[in-house]
Write a protein that binds this ligand. Sequence first.
Ligand code: ATR
Length: 288
Amino acid sequence: MMSAGVIGWPIAHSKSPLIHRFWLTKLGIDGDYGRFAVAPERLGDAVRALQALGLRGVNVTVPHKVAVMAHLNRIDPLAATVGAVNTVVVEDGALAGYNTDGVGFMEPLQSLPKDDLGFIGMAVIIGAGGAARAIATVMRNSGFDIDIYNRDLRKAEALAATLAPIAFAHQFPDRPDPNGEQIVLGTDIGREVKAYVLVNTTSLGMIGQPPLNLDFDLIHPDSIAYDIVYQPLETQFLRDARARGLRTIDGLAMLIGQAAAAFALFFGAPAPREHDAELRALLTYKPL
Ligand code: ATR
């Protein structure tokens, strides 16, 4: 029996057990994937117990992604650059830390025609928190130039500095409209008449949060709008983008992509992605 799990605090709403169990069943692997509520002060104890419990590893979620690094034997270079670990794997008796968030994020972009991305080559990232850091790092590694917009400009500047010389920081919103609702991204974007991958990494648009209202007037229609929020799946940001003719990528793409990379690390087999449509239906199922 091969088992893994996810640790967080709180953890009740994690979708990871559903995803990993779905793939284990499809592959007929004798394994399981659990959900463990780990209080911050017990993080070290929990991670050190993985081996004794016979677990292959765990995914790590809020608020442990940075703190867990202090308890590991080695850290993968990408996770070290990002400064956060979302996957801990027991390897030859040692604890190794990985970050699969960025790989999961890039997956749907990499399946676009090469010419498209070559043409775009520029990212607008909204937010400068943990998710933004993982995403900005892999986008930089994939050759994108990056504009980072954040409410707290100093955080955007700090993130841009780690990605120099290809990233620039901007205040967000830079120019609120008179009603204080619509957000206009840098006017320099409009002048350049160029396409972008626009990424929302903030919690704006999530259930219970205000929407992300962008003014798409200045955005080139060949741009791609990518929201990492997946509750709800159809956010105002994606609806507005689609209404302007932009291509959109929703938050389940990254959720499933990061899980697939972790699954391969835990169970030594590629996730059976031919079942993505069924998995998406399960993840969005709402009981009547
Ligand atoms: P995560 O790990 O999901 O990235 P985080 O590190 O807490 O979470 O980052 C949350 C991001 O959402 C930040 O960029 C935050 O902006 P600040 O750095 O200015 O706090 C952004 N965010 C959250 N609520 C926001 C709001 N109401 N308006 C604008 N930005 C918001």
